[in-house]
Design a protein around this ligand. Structure first.
Ligand code: ZN
Length: 184
C-alpha cells in the first residue's frame, strides 16, 4: 500500500474506534486529538515518515478503545503496532485510579527507553495536550490539576530531549505559558 492510502486507512480505523468519544472538555470529538498529534508531527516537527504518522493517528486506540495489539499488527503491520504499544500505559495500572501516581512516574521512567519513533509521538502528544488544557480545558479541572499536568508533562519530555528540536522548542513555548494567568 502507498503511504497516502496507509494514512487514510489509519484515519478511518481510528475514527471508527474512537466513534462517540469526547475529549475531556466534554465537547470536542476524540478523533480531533490523534489528528492533531499527526498534524503537529508533520507541520512543526517536519516528520514525514508514514509509519510515525500512522502511529500518531492510532496512538490512543490500545489505551482508550476496544482494540487489540493483534488487530493493529494485522491491519498496519508490526512496526506501527509497536509504536502504539510503546506509547500506551499499562492498562492494569490505568484501570486502578489509586495507582495514578505510580502510572505517572512509570511514564516518566519509561519515556527515556522508547524508540526514536515512539519518542516523536510522545512529544507531539504532550504538545497537543498542553494546547488543549490552554485552549479547551477539561471542564472540571481546578487550576492545581492543570499546573500539575504541565509539570508532569515536562518531566516526561525532559527524558526524551534530543529527539526533535522543533518539537521540543514548541513544547517549551507552551510550558512557558504555565502561569495562573493563562490557566485560570
Ligand atoms: Zn494522546
Amino acid at each position: 500500500m502507498d503511504s497516502v492510502a496507509f494514512i487514510l486507512d489509519a484515519l478511518q480505523f481510528s475514527a471508527e474506534k474512537h466513534r462517540g468519544q469526547k475529549r475531556k472538555d466534554g465537547d470536542t470529538a476524540y478523533i480531533n486529538h490523534p489528528i492533531a498529534v499527526a498534524h503537529i508531527l508533520k507541520h512543526i516537527g517536519g516528520v514525514v515518515d508514514p509509519v510515525v504518522l500512522c502511529g500518531a493517528i492510532l496512538h490512543d486506540t490500545l489505551e482508550d478503545t476496544q482494540t487489540s495489539q493483534d488487530e493493529l499488527i494485522e491491519r498496519f503491520g508490526k512496526e506501527i503496532a509497536d509504536i502504539v504499544w510503546e506509547v500506551s500505559d499499562d492498562l492494569n495500572i490505568k484501570a486502578d485510579k489509586s495507582r495514578d501516581a505510580e502510572r505517572k512516574q512509570l511514564e516518566i521512567d519509561h519515556a527515556q527507553t522508547l524508540s526514536h519513533q515512539a519518542k516523536l509521538v510522545k512529544i507531539a502528544d504532550k504538545i497537543a495536550n498542553l494546547r488543549d488544557i490552554l485552549n479547551n480545558p477539561p471542564a472540571d479541572w481546578p487550576i492545581e490539576r492543570k499546573l500539575g499536568y504541565f509539570d508532569w508533562a515536562k518531566q516526561v519530555i525532559d527524558g526524551v530531549r534530543g529527539t526533535n528540536s522543533r518539537l521540543e522548542t514548541e513544547f517549551d513555548g507552551l510550558y512557558s505559558l504555565r502561569t495562573t494567568d493563562h490557566l485560570l
